[in-house]
Design a protein around this ligand. Structure first.
Ligand code: NDP
Ligand code: 8X3
Length: 260
């Protein structure tokens, strides 16, 4: 049997990169996207080493037209189509996203708010809308939410709002796609050590490292294995919502840290 195709956004680092490698190992072919093409090519090389056929497309998900063109180009390369006779996209991992800044909302910066809302909410929507015509009964969508989409915490305001929107959209997409037989899942991680905090704190390495000091955070592989689990359920099973936390994290703002 031929390998199924999955499109993963945010595949240049963190959860997306680890998911790409995990799914390549588990027999998937891959369509990888993010903005940094060189990083995507490196990930693609590793995945090809696991036997996967891989195509990459670099664009900014905030750009509606670029997203539509990028998806169409990747589907064309993989020979996936929209008609009843065509091969379809088996899964979309709608993972790309970011936090920018952390502080009181009344000190928030326009550019930070735009980047979070345009990427995490509208970018996720643009990508999902462009992919759905290539999906069919039995296909699956996995949206990357967050514990920040379930609870709010000090300084999290706009990022939390964007992830609450992902939570709402995941429920809405599940309803809108039920009659097409497409399952929609959401994975909601707690604190995970990826490039996430480097981006949030705009390259301030000390601030980023301090987030994960004093406890064992999740790592990207923990989430990659959850993505692979969700995508490997039998066709009649949809994991709707999966909240995954470090054992030392009891809520969005209860972290048990041991400092020496
Ligand atoms: P990383 O920073 O390691 O990865 C983020 C990915 O998103 C990168 O591949 C980046 O690629 C891509 N991306 C960001 N902006 C854009 C854009 N405008 N267009 C296209 N791609 C973009 O962080 P994580 O792996 O941790 O984050 C992945 C997802 O998980 C995000 O949605 C995040 O909100 C969520 N999350 C993270 C948690 C954590 O603690 N780390 C916990 C809960 C959820 P590039 O820069 O090449 O464009
Ligand atoms: C990322 C996790 O707790 O920093 O979504 O918001 S948190």
């Amino acid at each position: 049997m031929s390998r199924p195709w999955v499109l993963i956004s945010g595949a240049s680092s963190g959860f997306g990169e680890a998911s790409a490698v995990q799914l390549a190992k588990e027999g998937w072919n891959l369509l990888l996207t993010s903005r940094r093409e060189a990083r995507l090519q490196d990930v693609a090389t590793v995945c090809r080493g696991e036997g996967a056929e891989v195509y990459v497309g670099a664009w900014d998900m905030r750009d509606r037209e670029a997203t539509q063109h990028g998806v169409d180009a990747l589907m064309n390369l993989a020979h996936l189509g929209t008609g009843p006779e065509a091969d379809s996209l088996t899964a979309l991992v709608n993972n790309a996203g970011l936090a920018v800044g952390k502080g009181p909302f009344h000190e928030g910066l326009d550019d930070d708010w735009d980047r979070m809302l345009d990427t995490n909410v509208k970018g996720l929507l643009f990508l999902a809308r462009a992919c759905v015509p290539f999906m069919t009964a039995g296909s699956r969508m996995v949206n990357m939410g967050s514990i920040a989409g379930k609870q709010v915490y000090p300084g999290g305001n706009v990022y939390c709002a964007s992830k609450h929107a992902v939570d709402a959209l995941s429920q809405a997409m599940r309803i809108d796609l039920v009659d097409r037989g497409i399952g929609v899942s959401q994975i909601c991680p707690g604190a995970a050590e990826t490039e996430f905090s480097q981006v949030r704190f705009k390259g301030d390495q000390e601030a980023a490292e301090a987030v994960y000091r004093g406890f064992d955070p999740l790592v990207a592989q923990d989430i990659a294995e959850a993505v692979a689990f969700v995508l490997s359920r039998p066709p009649h099973v949809c994991i709707n919502d999966l909240v995954i936390m470090p054992t030392a994290q009891a809520s969005a703002h209860h972290l048990y840290k041991v400092t020496s």
